[in-house]
Design a protein around this ligand. Structure first.
Ligand SMILES: [Zn+2]
Length: 105
């Protein structure tokens, strides 16, 4: 029998399973359930509640499910970050006022 360490990789290939669910909960707890994206942490806006987990280095660029590569993120911020990673720019539809509420234009 050869020893191998392919088990983590085959899990990646199957996509997100129950292991991912556990990681997700750990990350959300660690980050206090608040969005950790640059924009939220930048201090311009209030911190948004996070309900998703983001790969800092995208898996497509070799990022892993390691806790150091994961951050809690708000669903809207996640969409924006993902779009950015894919090289598209989302046109902002709304401006957020000082009070933290969006202003419709
Ligand atoms: Zn955010």
């Amino acid at each position: 029998m050869r020893s191998s360490n392919w088990s983590t990789e085959s899990r990646h290939k199957r996509g997100y399973g129950s292991a991912w669910d556990r990681i997700r909960i750990v990350v959300l707890k660690r980050d206090n359930g608040l969005c950790q994206c640059d924009k939220c942490l930048g201090g311009k806006l209030r911190l948004l509640p996070a309900n998703e987990v983001h790969h800092v280095i995208p898996k497509s660029k070799g990022g892993t499910d390691d806790l150091s590569n994961l951050q809690a993120i708000n669903a809207e911020c996640h969409k924006r970050e993902t779009a950015k990673e894919q090289g598209r720019t989302l046109r902002p539809k709304r401006i957020i006022s000082e009070s933290g509420w969006p202003i419709d234009q």
